[in-house]
Design a protein around this ligand. Structure first.
Ligand code: HEC
Length: 110
């Protein structure tokens, strides 16, 4: 009986681990993006230079304001493409993924 309980416990535990892994795997909308590389691009191109003045000093607020424009992962990628023109950059698909992965610390898309 004791052994059966132990086995049952192990089974529950393993199932929870597996479920957890599956959930975290699907929770990243930009699996190919490197957030750290994205942050470097963001800083290099001074992406917040406009957003700062628009948002009264803290440009990052543009990503979390209640009436923000972009509310889907695809929309975020699209906006990055649009704003790249503002800094005369031509980002590759990979670079857009990196920027999106970085900006997702604000957007929190799952
Ligand atoms: C020349 C000014 C300017 C620069 C530089 C700029 N942006 Fe923007 N950005 C804007 C404007 C204007 C908006 C749209 C604001 C609106 O429609 O209310 C915007 C909006 C955004 C949004 C959407 C915010 C939301 O509401 O969800 C993202 C994401 C974004 N920019 C990313 C970037 C990135 C990444 C860069 C650097 C590559 C960048 N921006 C550089 C002007 C700029």
């Amino acid at each position: 009986m004791k052994l059966a309980m132990k086995l049952f416990g192990t089974l529950i535990f393993t199932t929870m681990i597996l479920l957890g892994a599956a959930t975290s795997a699907s929770a990243n909308p930009f699996p190919d993006g490197n957030a750290q590389a994205g942050q470097q691009l963001f800083e290099h191109y001074k992406c917040n230079s406009c957003h700062d003045s628009m948002m009264g000093g803290d440009g990052n607020k543009i990503f979390t304001r209640f009436d923000r424009k972009r509310n889907t992962p695809d929309g975020l990628i699209e906006q990055i493409g649009l704003c790249s023109g503002n800094v005369n950059a031509h980002f590759s698909a990979q670079e857009k993924q990196n920027l999106a992965a970085y900006l997702n610390i604000f957007y929190k898309f799952k």
